[in-house]
Design a protein around this ligand. Structure first.
Ligand code: ATP
Ligand code: MG
Length: 410
């Protein structure tokens, strides 16, 4: 069983928006054993959309179209489906009432333009959209099952789970994707430890990808049933975790900050931060986790030496002697932040993010980090290449990782 995915919008063909819907839909249909044949992108022209839908339904079992269901004149997908079906659009009173209610519930009045969203080609089914105003469509064109959903990614995802997935034709086989994230070792090092698993061709495929200093292991398991695919995937995942040990930080969408947050919450401990070259990035990562207020007290962005001295109590003498980017200053920053906020733990970062500000002794990419805790202060140094942004992200991740390892090993 196979599928063609069609994305609609001038913002996509012009390059203003990157098409992420197709990638998402491809991953999701694979879970149902449906093989994506192609991604097609067309602009907002009714003729082009209709032609794409007609051609796709002639060559694939499933066609999923996203975008162009809005109420404005440039949203032509609904009309294009009618054209591909050779049917006219008719108003669905029940659907119109639901859209009016959607606006009423948000204290707004539905505009006249939104009426079009309650229209469907004769012979097509309207798919209710509980997270937006534009309902989707489901139609059979020839042998193909054709689904049409709004382009807004969050609405498209909701529509996939609630409207498309239950209607997908069942196939002989299920594919499950799983991702395990690691931090602290390079891709080749991780790859060597799981080489034999990566070389297998078999119902379970293992591969690695790198992003922002994190190496992730992808596990794709294919089985006759969901249960079989799940069991195979679990077996390989356990083996990967066993081999990679404390490098493993989490799975799926779990971030390092979320993992550390869990550990702090379990221990009822608190955290503070003191940042120089990352300028708040560490605090941002920590607070992007819902519920971070349970353990995160706050941070000081001590960019200037005067702030390091006055807020964190770093001695001017220490800065003068060792420089702001030094083991001594990092340690004093963490110690000062812990004292200032009265937290169990404090993490500090000071480094040269570049591109300027380096010296022979302190090159771009040199970062000192420190962790102050009940047992005293520990420091750590890293030196990476890369752009300013990469250096900052890696520094923040590495600093959180210091705390993760400390908490794991206590
Ligand atoms: P709406 O009722 O919200 O207008 P729509 O079906 O008309 O729904 P579009 O106008 O095509 O949706 O897109 C709405 C938003 O979703 C835009 O911000 C657009 O950039 C984004 N979007 C649309 N298609 C994609 C896509 N394939 N990948 C990522 N983002 C997309
Ligand atoms: Mg639109």
């Amino acid at each position: 069983m196979n599928a063609i995915i069609v994305s609609v919008g001038n913002e996509l063909t012009s390059g203003q928006t990157v098409d992420t819907n197709s990638a998402y839909l491809s991953r999701r249909i694979a879970e149902f054993g449906i093989c994506p044949l192609a991604h097609w992108t067309v602009g907002d022209s009714r003729r082009d959309i209709a032609e794409a839908i007609a051609r796709a339904s002639g060559s694939a079992d499933v066609v999923i179209v996203s975008g162009g269901l809005g109420p404005t004149a440039d949203d032509q997908t609904r009309q294009a489906v009618a054209e591909a079906l050779g049917c006219e659009l008719v108003l669905d009173e029940g659907c119109l009432a639901r859209i009016e209610e959607f606006f009423r519930a948000r204290g707004r009045v539905m505009g006249e333009a939104n009426r079009i969203q309650a229209m469907a080609p004769r012979g097509a089914e309207l798919l209710e959209n509980k997270v937006g105003t534009a309902p989707g469509l489901f139609a059979r064109i020839g042998e193909a099952a054709v689904f049409v959903v709004p382009g807004v990614p969050s609405e498209m995802e909701w529509m996939f789970d609630n409207q498309i997935a239950p209607r997908l034709p069942r196939n002989s086989g299920v594919t499950i994707h799983r991702t395990i994230h690691t931090f602290g070792a390079g891709e080749s090092d991780v790859g060597t430890r799981i080489l034999d698993l990566m070389q297998k061709t078999g119902p379970v495929l293992v591969g690695t990808t790198v992003a922002a200093g994190m190496v992730s292991i992808r596990i794709i398991s294919r089985g006759k049933t969901g249960q079989e695919a799940q069991a195979q995937s679990e077996e390989v995942a356990q083996e990967v975790k066993r081999r990679l040990g404390e490098l493993v930080i989490g799975e799926g969408s779990q971030s390092m900050a979320a993992r550390v947050g869990e550990m702090l919450r379990e221990r009822r401990q608190t955290l503070a931060t003191a940042e120089s070259c990352t300028g708040g990035l560490l605090g941002q990562m920590i607070t992007s986790v819902p519920g971070a207020s349970d353990y995160y007290l706050g941070g000081v962005i001590s960019y200037a030496n005067r702030v390091k001295e006055q807020l964190l109590g770093v001695e001017a003498r220490v800065i003068a002697e060792h420089g702001a980017v030094s083991e001594e200053v990092a340690g004093a920053m963490a110690h000062g932040a812990r004292k200032l906020m009265g937290s169990d733990w404090a993490i500090s970062i000071t480094g040269v993010a570049g591109p300027g500000g380096s010296s022979a002794e302190k090159p771009v990419g040199l970062v000192w980090m420190a962790l102050a805790g009940p047992g005293g202060v520990k420091t750590s140094k890293t030196l990476w290449g890369g752009t300013r942004e990469i250096i900052r992200v890696r520094a923040a991740l590495n600093a959180i990782n210091m705390l993760r390892l400390e908490l794991m090993n206590r």
